[in-house]
Design a protein around this ligand. Structure first.
Ligand SMILES: NC(=O)c1ccc[n+]([C@@H]2O[C@H](COP(=O)([O-])OP(=O)(O)OC[C@H]3O[C@@H](n4cnc5c(N)ncnc54)[C@H](OP(=O)(O)O)[C@@H]3O)[C@@H](O)[C@H]2O)c1
Length: 268
């Protein structure tokens, strides 16, 4: 299965009983609208997000591209196997399409890659990747044998967090490692920006749609917004049809300037 360009995030989903029915409906609406990729992690709600995803995809498993993540503290060769087994159980499935190292920790990357390869051989994962690795860490990763199979680096990227444009993004493009942009609407914090609102008005769109279209216009980028309501899922999905013009991009560049030099990789 090819890496889809647009997915659904699930951080903080499954935490509140009172929101459960709505969150399940939102995820199912997303699948119905063709947003096949669902991103979760063993960390999210200590497994509660994975359990919610498992419930949402029941009966639709083959339509979904599942992504989950192993915590760095579990990312030894054996730990990866244990964590994956527990994630599969919560997700109610026998495999995930993509398994990520959530961020780099004390276990050597080589160990984690060997763990991923064991899982590939056992058919429990279809591909593997990483998250929150900065450029030096990516270079280090690609020195590990077998690491050219790395399918993505999932990092923080949105209008207000453009640091990767300076080095990590061009480097990743050159090496054909797709970037998966997390928090693509900055958890809602950028949506009240005046310029973003003005651009949105001109296109008859919403600020969230413009922020997502801005990420999605770039080749090799995947966006995984989290939407906990059916209304937000429907609104965000329309970003796929929105084409920003040169004027809009220039206005957004002015309001959210690109980086002028290297900086540390930001994380949320
Ligand atoms: N690898 C990592 O370290 C890492 C870190 C952070 C996130 N992630 C992944 O990336 C996903 C997305 O990031 P995120 O959840 O941090 O932030 P996000 O997707 O940028 O924003 C989610 C927030 O925006 C709201 N929202 C969604 N659509 C909206 C709309 N159309 N209008 C107004 N508000 C809207 C959501 O509210 P409602 O819930 O009410 O819709 C939610 O509060 C996560 O869920 C997770 O899967 C990965």
């Amino acid at each position: 299965m090819k890496l889809p360009r647009y997915g659904q995030g699930t951080w903080n989903m499954g935490d509140e009983r009172s929101r459960r029915a709505e969150e399940l409906a939102a995820l199912r609406e997303g699948i119905a609208l063709g947003l096949a990729l669902i991103d979760t992690a063993e960390m999210y709600g200590d497994g509660r997000s994975e359990s919610l995803v498992g419930e949402a995809i029941a009966g639709m498993r083959d339509e979904v591209y599942l992504v989950t993540k192993v915590l760095p503290s579990n990312a030894s060769r054996k730990g990866v196997a244990r964590s994956c087994e527990a994630s599969l159980k919560r997700l109610g499935t026998d495999r995930v399409e993509l398994y990520l190292l959530h961020w780099s920790g004390s276990h050597p990357l080589e160990e984690t890659v060997r763990g991923f390869e064991d899982l590939l051989a056992a058919g429990k994962i279809r591909s593997w990747g990483v998250s929150n690795l900065d450029l030096p860490e990516m270079k280090q990763l690609l020195r590990v044998s077998g690491a050219s199979a790395c399918a993505t680096n999932q990092v923080l990227y949105n209008l207000s967090r453009r640091g990767i444009e300076f080095d990590l993004l061009p480097w990743s493009r050159k090496r054909r490692v797709p970037i998966m942009a997390y928090s693509p609407i900055e958890q809602g914090r950028i949506l009240g920006n005046t310029v973003l609102e003005q651009v949105a008005r001109r296109f008859g769109a919403t600020p969230a749609q413009v922020a997502l279209a801005w990420v999605l216009r770039q080749e090799g980028l995947v966006a995984i917004p989290k939407a906990g309501t059916v209304a937000h899922v429907r609104e965000n999905r329309k970003a796929l049809q929105l084409r920003l013009d040169a004027q809009a991009l220039a206005e957004l560049d002015k309001a959210f300037p690109p980086p002028r030099g290297p900086g540390p990789l930001e994380m949320i």
